[in-house]
Ligand binder design. Structure first.
Ligand code: XMP
Length: 333
């Protein structure tokens, strides 16, 4: 337990020099911990797992086996980026698993949000465990645990109730028990980012907005269908593109599209056009416990609306969610 407490004397990592010092210390520690054994890592492409991967590639090279599970609920080009950065640029030992069909088949017809989360979390472990069993000589599991995760577990152990069941790779089956390697577990998020940049990861990856484990699954509301999921992915890519272009991407904490399982009547090319609404959410927060709404300029909203309704098949309206947290949560499910 002591190893999980950040000492009061620990200096905040705010500069490249401090990050380089931290990286050197962690490389020595990881090498001493794992020797010549293999280490497995679930690499989602999120900030934390990406920084752990880059750090461990530096420390132990091909002894690290990264597994990227594409659950079919990733944003546009996200899995491709993981392969590009880690396999092509950093020469990582990367196993890429396209498990889209496994996930979408299990989710077909399931509309309850908690049920969806449970299916995605459980299947993620199944797919990851299947890959882990194919590998030989793995004794360690690396995780992108950071200090707020440790603080959150302490809170939960004290009996405080969570609003939603968030998932991380924990709870692997009995036959797959590994010793943990958690080099970031005493760092706060801003420090992880400084370390990521010092390791040479792309800025966009290190400053990526948070993305929930169940991915687009909790933004394609109700029972997920492939056509609505495709529309969501395209609309979300347009929103992100426009936020990049007008500088909002650097300013807003989290921004994304949600598509409910509802259609309204519209008109396109002089004909009746029944389509889904795309709902935009753009929030700012310090800790995700409460959140306020970004005041997106009207011109930007118009541009996004225009692009989504003309470029995305199946969408005939765009709405902007003005609800802060509380009463809304950031995600809709
Ligand atoms: P809510 O919707 O509870 O979200 O206001 C707060 C923050 O948590 C993210 N979120 C998740 N992150 N696994 C995650 O790693 C999850 O299952 C999950 N669900 C929500 C959400 O995107 C927001 O940043």
């Amino acid at each position: 337990m002591e190893n999980n407490v950040r000492p009061a004397s620990m200096e905040r990592i705010t500069t490249k020099a401090l990050a380089d010092k931290f990286i050197a210390e962690q490389i020595a520690e990881v090498k001493a911990q794992v020797g010549n054994k293999k280490v497995l890592l679930a690499l989602s492409g999120g900030v934390d797992s990406s920084v752990v991967a880059a750090l461990l590639i530096k420390a132990i090279g091909k002894q690290l086996v990264c597994v990227h599970v594409n659950h079919g609920l990733m944003r546009k080009n996200e899995s491709e980026n993981v392969v590009e950065v880690f396999q092509n640029q950093l020469d990582a030992n990367l196993v890429y698993v396209d498990a889209t069909d496994r996930f979408l088949d299990l989710l077909a017809g399931v509309s309850d949000p908690e049920q969806k989360r449970k299916i995605i979390g459980k299947e993620f472990i199944n797919v990851f465990a299947d890959e882990a069993r194919k590998l030989e000589g793995v004794e360690f599991l690396a995780q992108g645990t950071i200090y707020p995760d440790i603080l959150e577990s302490i809170k939960q152990a004290e009996g405080k109730k969570a609003v939603k069941s968030h998932h991380n790779v924990g709870g692997l089956p009995e036959d797959l028990q590994f010793a943990l390697v958690e080099p970031l577990k005493l760092l706060f998020k801003d420090e992880v980012r400084v370390v990521g940049e010092a390791l040479g990861l792309p800025h966009a990856m290190v400053y990526r907005q948070p993305f929930p484990g169940p991915g687009l699954g909790v933004r394609c509301l109700g029972a997920i269908t492939r056509d609505r999921l495709t529309a969501l992915r395209e609309a979300d890519a347009i929103l992100r593109d426009e936020f990049d272009k007008c500088g909002l991407a650097e300013k807003v904490w989290q921004y994304f599209v949600i598509i409910p399982d509802v259609k309204s009547v519209g008109v396109k090319d002089d004909s009746r056009y029944e389509g889904w609404p795309a709902i935009i959410r753009a929030v700012n927060t310090m800790d995700a416990m409460t959140a306020t709404i970004e005041e997106i300029p009207y011109a930007v909203l118009h541009k996004i609306t225009q692009r989504i309704v003309t470029e995305v098949e199946g969408i005939n309206r765009v709405l902007y969610d003005l609800t802060p947290k509380p009463t809304g949560t950031i995600e809709w499910e």
